[in-house]
Design a protein around this ligand. Structure first.
Ligand code: SF4
Ligand code: SF4
Length: 447
């Protein structure tokens, strides 16, 4: 690290924690999770997670069952993919990732409408499984972070021996506007979430956990507290009701707010003895260990300009348009589909794009084409940045192709939350510049 970098780091670390307050628009917070019928066809990309893509182990014409593995993990940071319906493999094709824009293989499966499952590997006594057996089952079930990051969970459960974990933070903040899938899970599946947490604490050997929930979800705070009062871990797990502010749910922001610890640039929370996990992931972990179920479905909030916003339990690979139709269809002149929320979500090229493991929400909206104007040096972007960074500098450096300089300004610490762009009166698409800058910097490092 350069000397002047240390000086800058001290300067910016003195700042208070920032963020913004976008309109919440939690249109579906009161809507119970609804099951959806079987999709007729699913398209399952082989990389729905961070890490190496899985490798197909089925071919065109193969008969498959629901929950059957169709692609094998390739390496430590990778997970398998399972069929989400029973039926026949129609084709193996190429698709563009809805999240990373990378070209990858996808398996298309035609449902036979029967939903015949593989025999589930349900343990007779989950409590007697060894740590190694639990980790193996979690990997084989394809569990990844369901808050949107899709980091393989078995990796988080195996920190290096020189990085002992003393605390687990369960992220129930759901700070993005519109999204309510985690909120509903905490109301309707709180017990499974706590059992998932218990498994996680035992595997990691960690004795302290915090369940973080924004105070705009008082019913979820109440429910989790009530369930904990019956829990056999008195004092070891607490519910933290936190003042609502975007992006509180970003791992590093949350960690700083609850434990006051700063994660060094370019490092994971395990560097400071913490693992952060989303509530949806804990429910999936419960399903994998107690029921022997692989990850084939999740709760998706379908919201925005649809007739009736809902929280739907849907199999992966189903076209988004089908879920929108289950909510009464599009209203008004909406022309944009986003997977995720309005702040960090990714605009999709088509309304029939298949949902994936990281798709916590489908947001339908009217696109806004506001022209970018010149920076007026107001500093609003710097003020709003939760990571105490200088977004305006990233724009300047990226425009001038000074990519190496970005490293000195800790661009790696940017969580791409969009608070800077939200605050910018000049409508500068700061996050897009930041993404280009990060990607060009990564290319330079590979040379
Ligand atoms: S996108 Fe990055 S630079 Fe912008 S506010 Fe968020 S963390 Fe800061
Ligand atoms: S908020 Fe926009 S206009 Fe203001 S300093 Fe940042 S980039 Fe410039």
């Amino acid at each position: 690290m350069k000397d002047d970098t240390v000086v800058k780091m001290k300067l910016f670390n003195n700042k208070k924690s920032n963020g913004v307050h976008p309109t919440e628009n939690k249109l579906s917070s009161h809507k119970k999770i609804e099951s959806t019928g079987l999709p007729k066809e699913v398209t399952l990309p082989l990389c729905q997670h961070i890490g190496a893509p899985a490798q197909a182990i089925v071919k065109r014409g193969d008969e498959v069952k629901t929950g059957q593995k169709i692609a094998e993990a390739c390496g430590f940071v990778s997970v398998p993919i399972h069929s989400t319906v029973s039926g026949k493999v129609k084709k193996i094709t190429k698709t563009v990732s809805a999240v990373t824009s990378r070209v990858m293989e996808a398996v298309v499966i035609e449902s036979d409408g029967k939903d015949e499952w593989v025999e589930l590997n349900k343990p007779a006594h989950p409590g007697t499984l060894s740590k190694e057996e639990i980790i193996e089952r979690i990997k084989e079930a394809g569990i990844v972070g369901l808050g949107g990051a899709t980091f393989p969970t078995h990796v988080k459960l195996q920190p290096p021996p020189d990085k002992p974990i003393d605390s687990i933070i369960i992220n129930g903040c759901e700070c993005e506007p519109y999204i309510t899938s985690d909120h509903r899970l905490m109301l309707e599946h709180g017990e499974e979430i706590l059992k998932g947490l218990e498994i996680m604490m035992n595997v990691i050997g960690c004795k302290r956990a915090y369940i973080a929930i924004e105070d705009n979800k008082p019913d979820a705070v109440r429910n989790m507290k009530e369930l904990l009062s019956k829990d056999k871990y008195p004092g070891k797990i607490t519910v933290e009701s936190l003042g609502t502010q975007y992006p509180l749910g970003a791992e590093k922001t949350l960690l700083k707010r609850i434990l006051g610890r700063e994660v060094p640039v370019g490092c994971l929370p395990m560097e400071v003895g913490v693992v952060v996990q989303n509530v949806g992931t804990l429910k999936a972990l419960y399903d994998a260990i107690y029921l022997g179920k692989p990850l084939v479905e999740r709760v998706v909030t379908v919201t925005g300009m649809v007739k009736e916003p809902k929280n739907l339990l849907s199999r992966f690979g189903r076209p988004a348009k089908e879920l929108i139709d289950m909510c009464g269809g599009i209203v008004g002149d909406a022309d944009e589909l986003i997977f995720g929320g309005p702040m960090m979500g990714v605009t999709q090229p088509r309304f029939d794009e298949p949902t994936q493991r990281g798709t916590n929400s489908i947001l339908v909206k009217k696109s806004e084409k506001v022209p970018e104007s010149n920076c007026i040096r107001c500093g609003a972007c710097v003020e709003s940045c939760p990571m105490n960074l200088m977004p305006t500098v990233y724009v300047q450096f990226t425009k001038n192709e000074w990519y190496e300089e970005l490293e000195d300004y800790w661009i790696e610490n940017c969580v791409e939350c969009g608070s800077c762009a939200y605050s910018c009166p000049a409508n500068i698409p700061l996050v897009q510049y930041i993404k280009v800058g990060k990607s060009e910097l990564a290319k330079l490092r590979c040379k």
